[in-house]
Design a protein around this ligand. Structure first.
Ligand SMILES: [Ca+2]
Ligand SMILES: [Ca+2]
Ligand SMILES: [Ca+2]
Length: 336
């Protein structure tokens, strides 16, 4: 297709000479709209009709064509294709769940919904209260430790950084979470159904330790705290002076340390009937308060419900008199 300059070129070729003023007007016309086609036509003119130019006019046009950049209209760049979602092998589920468990992406799943809260954590159908209580305790003390532990790789995979013996251990899992045949999340989850961090951290922990069976039959909250924070923990026992324990919890809460408290076993002889507290269970310790001369320990059941006393809201969050705590709990793990 001829460019607009074709007519002008035809005009200057009507006689045998191309004058300097004709060259100048060609150059100014070309400058207004210098497409690759215009440049090509002027080059052709130079090659086929070079004898018609004066020396000066020829040199001017050559210089113009040689030094002027062609305005190339930006060609639309297609957006980079989204990374292909990856589907990684998922950790083995509990032996009793193998026949009725499917791995599915979380609908409208987001790593975090609202903030990272200790009250996000809800333990699933698996005996890892120690893990759920520890996740909640770290979220309570130091939400950034949770945030920094999970990296969204943007391709449906997440890399979780744990610590072991002072070294980083990286575990990559995909965003699928285990569902029961009822369509509900089988293992740990967030109160907000599409918030994924709780289930993903548990999944990565299971992947690291060799599957859900390996983590689903009890364990130590202190090990999970250390895995998330890289810091060791201390133990404050209920068998010692309870005021010392109270002060330790208070210091831990003020210093934003993760804390968790195990109850005694069913074989311990401690009677849990009517207490609202369960044997062989782990609770998040939220803090210590004194009201009207009575000291309390503030706790959270990682089930997100079922509690001691009646504070009007069965969300698993409650406080307990220090003396009762001393009877029903073995002590407190306190992170550094
Ligand atoms: Ca998968
Ligand atoms: Ca949340
Ligand atoms: Ca409550």
């Amino acid at each position: 297709m001829p460019s607009p300059i074709s007519n002008s070129i035809a005009r200057v070729l009507r006689d045998t000479k191309i004058s300097n003023s004709e060259v100048n007007s060609l150059i100014s016309e070309a400058r207004r709209n210098l497409t690759p086609e215009v440049k090509a036509e002027l080059n052709t003119l130079l090659q086929q009709h070079g004898d018609k130019f004066s020396n000066g006019g020829k040199r001017d046009l050559q210089r113009f064509l040689g030094t002027t950049n062609v305005i190339t209209p930006p060609s639309p760049q297609p957006p980079p294709p989204p990374p292909t979602p990856k589907d990684l092998a998922d950790p083995a589920v509990l032996n009793k769940h193998t026949t009725d468990t499917t791995w599915k992406p979380v609908q409208d799943g987001k790593l975090f919904v609202d903030s990272i809260s200790y009250d996000d954590v809800v333990q699933g159908s698996i005996g890892d209260c120690y893990l759920a209580a520890a996740l909640s305790s770290v979220a309570h003390a130091n939400p950034d430790a949770i945030k920094n532990a999970i990296k969204d790789n943007g391709d449906n995979t997440y890399t979780v950084r744990f610590f072991e013996y002072g070294r980083e251990v990286k575990v990559t899992v995909d965003g699928d979470l285990a569902q029961s045949s009822m369509g509900t999340q089988r293992y740990a989850k967030s109160r907000q159904g599409n918030e994924m961090w709780v289930g993903l951290l548990e999944k990565a922990y299971a992947q690291w330790k060799g599957g859900y069976e390996a983590i689903g039959n009890g364990g130590h909250a202190s090990a999970v705290m250390t895995a998330l924070t890289g810091k060791s923990t201390s133990w404050s026992s209920s068998t010692g002076n309870l005021d010392v324990l109270y002060q330790s919890v208070k210091r831990g809460a003020d210093g934003k340390k993760p804390m968790a408290a195990p109850t005694h076993g069913k074989d311990s002889g401690v009677d849990y009937n009517g207490t609202g507290v369960y044997a062989w269970h782990m609770y998040t310790v939220l803090g210590a308060v004194e009201e009207n001369g009575q000291k309390y320990i503030q706790l959270r059941n990682p089930w997100g419900r079922s509690e001691h006393g009646s504070d009007g809201k069965d969300d698993g969050i409650f406080k307990m008199k220090l003396e009762d705590f001393g009877k029903l709990y073995q002590g407190v793990n306190i992170g550094y």
